[in-house]
Each structure stands twice: as structure tokens, then as C-alpha cells.
Design a protein around this ligand. Structure first.
Ligand code: NAD
Length: 478
């Protein structure tokens, strides 16, 4: 595959790196450098924000349906380029090609889904205390929005930030992750082939401490929509505080799955397994700690281990059938290894895996840990890798207490055939999402939002769309 050199897309034009520092992008499966990208300095960030600001009033004046037409044009371009984009994602992020292809198609579907909201953006008419008065509540765009992205679903997350912003009449500046700027550049290239007005959507490459920080503290940004780690979310909030800029934060997770003795254990093991190997376990929403009733914990863990043992992994560009690629980088791989090593030292037992894979690239063996306890870091900290720690519980009450006792609150699940157990879980689990008898994975028409340190605000569906609006109430007499 030919080398692609990402460039910034500002005000409808591609900009050469100029004197910007460059950083290298590595294929995590092979450690081969595949591209260099610019670390965009504050002055260029400002140029992108000013372009978005200048373009916003005319964009807002367009009827929403006209804005939706532009979004659909981009979706159509994406569908014409699925293979090229999918290969790029796989090379720079490491997920199997099948999953990259799914990500690209899902991105196009998401753009179309958000475009459908154009005819459904609604205000309210409120009864007045006065005669001859009408009170009207409008939903209006915020202005310039910023999207700061992680690397795990890098192409889809552009759409998750860009599409709701544009359909509601905002303009946008996106910053890709420094791990995955190449696919974002392809997104910009496709936008440039449509007649989207200049400045409406700008895409920048850069590191967090430079480009990301400049965007977060820019006074003309009205909303920062960020997906990434808790630590960075806190830093962005601090930077945003100076200008009282709104934040929408989609942060980390440590999702519990509770498996009761009456559950369909085959279904439960497969659902937990599926979400854990997807993207090599690098998902904010997938089950990261499993609480299983003691009478079935051995049987369930064996089923899980059988799935994990059969998992193929390797370089997804060389072997298109692998179920799992590498972790994103050395730091990610070493974090997984340190959590597992510590758990093994503290009494956990590896039913399979438990070590760094003996091959080039940042691979880790698919792992199931039995005999885990609540005080182990592997049960508390986000692993973000192909590791499933299992802890025995004596009751549903205990499972719910352990599940809720976490600084994270994004997703959760329960596997049971009991209606009353499922209802108790619905009432008592304090999470943004609960899945009953299925894998953790949100739908675009839902609302993906975390509690506690998993975030502020959310994405998707009507509620996610309205995060990109602010209200304007008009009192009209006469
Ligand atoms: P990260 O926080 O390291 O980086 C995310 C982005 O923030 C990058 O673009 C980075 O350049 C930027 N950044 C870093 N420092 C910054 C600063 N000071 N100011 C502004 N921007 C800065 O996260 P990551 O490693 O890319 O992603 C993994 C994390 O993302 C995991 O914790 C995962 O759970 C989370 N995540 C959450 C969701 C969700 O929907 N809740 C979805 C995907 C990933």
C-alpha cells in the first residue's frame, strides 16, 4: 500500500506541514513506520477555528435538510472507498480488516442516521401566564464545536462528533489521535470531493499537549466533545474552564458483567468473549470484570477459557482471518502485562494466556484469570486489552454492590433467566447502560453516556443530538 502523508484540512484546503514538528505513525502489528504527520501548532489551530467561525452563520442559515444533504454526500463518498479506508485503519490501528470494514460502513450509516434528524429537530411551545402571549423554546446551534478523538474507533468517532454538530447548524474542528491521523486525512479528502462549504468542517492532526490543548483553551470554541481517557478528560475540563466552554466527555470504563447460576452459560460466555476480543479488548464499553455465582463459576470460566484459547491473533494485514490484532502501542501492551502479572502474584490463576505473545508487534495472549478478588487492580483499573478477570459471588446483591463500587459507570450487564433478577439489576445498577443477556455494544439510536468518571453528557440518538444545541426562549406578546 502506498504511503499516505496526512495533511491538515483547514477552510476547505489541504495545508502542508510547513515548519510544524512531525511525528511518526507506526503499524502496531509490525512496528514499521507507515507515515509522518504534523503536530499542528496553536497558530494553525486558531486558523481552523477562525475558518469554522466565519463559516458558521451561513451554515446555520441553511435549512437543516440542506445541511443533511451535505452529510449524506460524505456518507456516499465513504461507501465508495470502504476498502481503502479499512486497510488504512488496520495498518495504523491494528484491528482485523473485517472489523475495520464494519467500522467504515457503520460510519457511513451513522452519518445517514444523523442526517435523518434534519426534519426532526423540535422546539417547544409553552403555556404562558399572560393573555395574548406565546412562549417558544428553540434549539439553536452552539457555534464552533471541537471534537478530540481517541485511536480505538478512529474513523467512526469522526462521524460521532461531526454529524450531530453539522446537522444542528454548528461548524466543527476535529483533532485526530496522534496514533491514527491517516484515516482522518482520508475522511477530509472525501469531504473535499463534495461541495461542503469551506470552513464548515476542518480536520487537524497533532499531539494532545500541543494541538489538543490549543483547541481546548480556544475562546471561540463553544463545545468540546472529547472521547478518551479520564486523565485527559480532566485536563480538557480545566483548559475549558477558563472560557467556560461546554464539555461533552466520553471517558473510560470498567464494565461489570454479572452471571447468575440460572443463566444460559453458553450464551453468557460467548457474549463476554465476543466483546472482549473485539478490537483486542480496546473498547470503553466491553465487559472488563465478571462476577459469577459460585456454583457455576468453574463451569463458566472453562467455557470462557475455551473461547479465548481458540482465538487467533497476529498481523491482520498478513493474515486476514485473525480474530485479534495487536494492542495499539508498547505502553498499552505493557499496561496489560503489568495488571496481569500483579494479579497472578496476588493469587489469580491464568486459565489461558497470561503473558506477552512471543512475536513482533504489541501482541498479548488472550487471557482468562480465575480466582480474582475485588482488591486486585485488574478488577478496578481499565485493562483495555484481551484479558477477562473472573470473581466468584454468593448472591445478586453482592454482584450489584461490587459492580457499583467503581469510579467508572459506563456500561454493565447481567445474564439470567429470572425476570425479577433482571428487574433488580435495572433498578440498582448505577451505569449509563445495562445489557441483559447480550454483549455490551450500544446502538446509534440509544444514548451512550457514562456516570461518575466515565463522563459528562453523552452521544447518539436524540439526546446526543441535542447536546450540540442550546435553547433560546422567546416570549411573544400581541
Ligand atoms: P487519550 O486520553 O490518551 O487521548 C485521547 C485524545 O486526547 C487524543 O487525541 C490526544 O491527543 C488528546 N489529548 C491528550 N492530552 C490532551 C490535552 N492535554 N488536551 C487536549 N487533548 C489532549 O485516550 P486514548 O488512549 O486515545 O483512548 C483510550 C481511552 O478512550 C480509554 O480510556 C477508553 O475507555 C476511552 N474511550 C471512551 C469511549 C466512550 O465512549 N466513553 C470511547 C472510546 C474510547
Amino acid at each position: 500500500m502506498a504511503t499516505i502523508t496526512p495533511r491538515n484540512y483547514i477552510d476547505g484546503a489541504f495545508v502542508d506541514a510547513g515548519s510544524s514538528d512531525l511525528f511518526e505513525i507506526e503499524n502496531p502489528a509490525t512496528q514499521e513506520v507507515i507515515a509522518t504527520a504534523p503536530d499542528t501548532p496553536a497558530a494553525e489551530v486558531d486558523r481552523a477555528v477562525q475558518a469554522a467561525k466565519a463559516a458558521q452563520p451561513a451554515w446555520e442559515k441553511l435549512p437543516p435538510q440542506a445541511r443533511a444533504t451535505h452529510i449524506r454526500q460524505i456518507a456516499a463518498k465513504i461507501r465508495q472507498n470502504v476498502d481503502r479506508i479499512a486497510q488504512t485503519i488496520t495498518r495504523e490501528q491494528g484491528k482485523p480488516l473485517g472489523l475495520s470494514t464494519l467500522e467504515v460502513n457503520f460510519t457511513a450509516d451513522y452519518m445517514d442516521y444523523m442526517a435523518e434528524w434534519a426534519r426532526r429537530i423540535e422546539g417547544e411551545i409553552i403555556a404562558s401566564d399572560r393573555p395574548n402571549e406565546t412562549i417558544m423554546l428553540f434549539r439553536k446551534p452552539i457555534g464552533v464545536t471541537a471534537g478530540i478523538l481517541p485511536w480505538n474507533f478512529p474513523f467512526f468517532l469522526i462521524a460521532r462528533k461531526l454529524a450531530p454538530a453539522l446537522v444542528t447548524g454548528n461548524t466543527v474542528v476535529i483533532k485526530s489521535s496522534e496514533e491514527t491521523p491517516v484515516n482522518a486525512f482520508l475522511f477530509a479528502e472525501l469531504m473535499a470531493q463534495t461541495d461542503l462549504p469551506a470552513g464548515v468542517a476542518n480536520i487537524l492532526s497533532g499531539r494532545g499537549g500541543s494541538t489538543g490543548d490549543a483547541l481546548s483553551r480556544h475562546k471561540d470554541v463553544g463545545l468540546i466533545s472529547f472521547t478518551g481517557s479520564v486523565a485527559t478528560g480532566a485536563r480538557i475540563m480545566e483548559a475549558a474552564a477558563r472560557n467556560l466552554t461546554r464539555v461533552n466527555l466520553e471517558l473510560g470504563g470498567k464494565a461489570p458483567a454479572i452471571v447468575l447460576a440460572d443463566a444460559d452459560l453458553d450464551l453468557a460466555a460467548k457474549a463476554v468473549y465476543d466483546s472482549r476480543v473485539l478490537n483486542t479488548g480496546q473498547l470503553c464499553n466491553c465487559a472488563e470484570r465478571i462476577y459469577v455465582e459460585r456454583s457455576v463459576v468453574a463451569e463458566f470460566s472453562e467455557k470462557l477459557a475455551a473461547h479465548m484459547k481458540a482465538t487467533t491473533f497476529g498481523d491482520p494485514m498478513a493474515d486476514r482471518d485473525v480474530a485479534m490484532g495487536p494492542l495499539i502501542n508498547k505502553a498499552g501492551r505493557d499496561k496489560v502485562a503489568a495488571l496481569v502479572d500483579k494479579a497472578l502474584k496476588d493469587g489469580a490463576e491464568a486459565l489461558t494466556g497470561g503473558r506477552i505473545a512471543d512475536r513482533k508487534g504489541w501482541h498479548y495472549e488472550p487471557t482468562v484469570l480465575a480466582n480474582c478478588t475485588a482488591d486486585m487492580a485488574v478488577m478496578r483499573d481499565e485493562i483495555f486489552g484481551p484479558v477477562i478477570p473472573v470473581q466468584a459471588i454468593d448472591s445478586l446483591d453482592e454482584g450489584i454492590t461490587l459492580a457499583n463500587n467503581s469510579e467508572y459507570g459506563l456500561t454493565s450487564s447481567i445474564f439470567t433467566k429470572s425476570l425479577s433478577a433482571a428487574q433488580q439489576a435495572m433498578r440498582e445498577l448505577r451505569f449509563g447502560e445495562t445489557y441483559i443477556n447480550r454483549e455490551h455494544f450500544e446502538a446509534m439510536q440509544g444514548f451512550h453516556a457514562g456516570r461518575r468518571k466515565s463522563g459528562i453528557g453523552g452521544a447518539d440518538g436524540k439526546h446526543g443530538l441535542y447536546e450540540y444545541t442550546e435553547t433560546h426562549v422567546v416570549y411573544m406578546q400581541g
